[in-house]
Structures are given as structure tokens and as C-alpha cells.
Design a protein around this ligand. Structure first.
Ligand code: ZN
Length: 282
């Protein structure tokens, strides 16, 4: 398994707790230091990495050093209502196409971020985020995982007032405020996940579980999302897909519950790790 982190803007192979190998140094400048450049050359990078021999790391880091594993994707696809229980709580019938919007890439942040709350109605949505490694159009379902560089943990933070204010849902803007796309702690290649199609996914606030499900409960699973999205848009190396959130969001609770500056949000996916998000008032 390969874990690849963004440590203060440099691509780092994670070796252990807080230690890693700087990719640009190890590759003599062929790959990196920009993490986006590494995922953008994924097949060549993985081929090089498979032949790399090293003794020990040359980088130490703490969670606060971790930036978004993929900092500047060309495209960010985000999928709405992709878990049955969340479709029920949100009041949406399953659609014939995945409900697709974007989180504009400027909203991406890292694994230990402090995010400004623009209003008092900001909600959480823990999501599995897929990183495309090999691009293409019309990717067949059976080949879809071969196009994935890795997966990471994401939060699709959502400002519910503007999302719901108009005659149509305003997903893309309402979910793209500064810092509204925490991702991390690193990209994990899918090869050694316990089961890449069935991972425990959860988030908690102050230690209290808010969402807890399994990625096997997606309506459109990862291969199906890649097949359907690539039937419309060419996928590019380094693109992200936020794959939708399970039930348990704050907007669907009675009474409704939204994020406050006192909250610490911890989002976890089995086999990948956890990200921690803190908040401050505008
Ligand atoms: Zn979402």
C-alpha cells in the first residue's frame, strides 16, 4: 500500500507515524515536489516507485503540516444523495443519473484545518473521495478501479441556507466557501484496503458519532460513478470525485444541528485514517 501526503506543499511518501520520504529528492526531481504533478503523472510515478529502494525517511511531519493530498485538481465531481438512508432523510428520490455538482477547487484544505463559518447553518457530510490516476472517456465499469490512483477522506461542508434558498438547489456555491473541502490525511492506493468497495465511514463532533455507515451502501458505487461520469466528461489524472454522504447530517436532525466554533469534527474512513476540522466565526 502506498500513502502519499502533501507535507507543506511537497509530495511525501508516508513511511510511518510522522515520517516520510520526499518524492522530489528521492526521484532527483523527476516527480514532485508539487503533489499535483505527482498524481498528474500517476502511471509513470507508480512504475518508478515500484523500483525505488530506500532505507529510511528524510521528512518528519505533524498533522498540521498536511495540505490537501490533491491541491489543484482540474475537475472536482461531487455526488449528491448517493446513500439510500441519506436520500430518504433529505427527501430525494433516487435519480437515473447521479446528482452531480462541483466543489470549486479553491475550497480544498487539509487534514487539520480551521474553517471559517460564514453563517450559523453550516453542515457536515463525511465522504469517500476518489482520486483519478488514469484518465479517459467511456471507462467500463469493470475497468474503473484501474483508473483510480487512490482514495482519501473528505468533508463536503455545506452552507444550507444558500443551498436551499432559491427555486433550485444551489449545491456548487453553497459547498465551496473557503475551507469547505477538507481532505486527507493522505491518498491511499486501493490495492491493500480491506475491501475497497466496503469501507466503514463515519464522523463525530466532540466524540459523539453523527454519521456511521459503510461505502457498500452507495446507490452508485465507485465503478458505476466512474463509468457514468466518464460517459459525459473525460476524466483527467488528479481529478477528484466526492462520492456522497451517508445519513446523519445536521440539517436532517430534529432539532436541526449545525457546526459552531466550539465543535471539533473528526471524519474517519477504514483503512485511510482520520481528518480533524475545527471552526471559527466569520
Ligand atoms: Zn456531499
Amino acid at each position: 500500500m502506498v500513502k502519499l501526503a502533501n507535507v507543506a506543499g511537497r509530495s511525501v511518501l508516508v513511511l510511518g507515524q510522522g515520517s516520510g520520504l520526499d518524492i522530489a529528492t528521492a526521484s532527483g526531481g523527476r516527480f514532485g515536489p508539487d503533489p499535483q504533478q505527482v498524481v498528474g503523472n500517476w502511471d509513470a510515478f507508480i512504475d518508478w516507485l515500484s523500483r525505488l529502494r530506500y532505507d529510511e525517511g528524510d521528512v518528519s511531519f505533524t498533522p498540521s503540516d498536511l495540505g490537501p493530498p490533491v491541491p489543484r485538481p482540474t475537475q472536482v465531481f461531487a455526488i449528491g444523495v448517493n446513500y439510500r438512508e441519506h436520500a430518504d432523510e433529505a427527501g430525494y428520490p433516487p435519480d437515473s443519473l447521479p446528482v452531480t455538482f462541483t466543489k470549486f477547487a479553491s475550497c480544498l484544505t487539509g487534514a487539520d484545518a480551521e474553517v471559517t463559518l460564514p453563517t450559523a447553518t453550516v453542515d457536515w457530510e463525511v465522504e469517500l473521495v476518489v482520486v483519478i490516476g488514469r484518465g479517459g472517456r467511456d471507462v467500463a465499469r469493470a475497468a474503473a478501479w484501474d483508473h483510480v490512483a487512490g482514495v482519501t477522506v473528505g468533508q463536503d461542508l455545506s452552507e444550507r441556507t444558500s443551498q436551499m434558498a432559491g427555486s433550485r438547489p444551489q449545491y456548487s456555491l453553497a459547498k465551496s466557501h473557503e475551507g469547505f473541502g477538507p481532505t486527507g490525511p493522505w491518498l491511499v492506493t486501493p490495492d491493500e484496503l480491506p475491501d475497497r468497495d466496503d469501507l466503514a465511514i463515519s464522523c463525530s463532533i466532540g466524540g459523539q458519532t453523527m454519521q456511521s455507515s459503510r461505502t457498500a451502501k452507495m446507490i452508485y458505487d465507485v465503478p458505476e460513478l466512474i463509468a457514468r461520469l466518464s460517459a459525459v466528461c473525460a476524466l483527467l489524472p488528479g481529478d477528484l470525485i466526492f462520492t456522497g454522504t451517508p445519513s446523519g447530517v445536521g440539517n436532517a436532525r430534529t432539532p436541526k444541528r449545525f457546526l459552531t466554533p466550539a465543535d471539533e469534527l473528526v471524519s474517519t474512513i477504514e483503512g485511510i485514517g482520520s481528518i480533524r476540522t475545527r471552526f471559527r466565526s466569520a
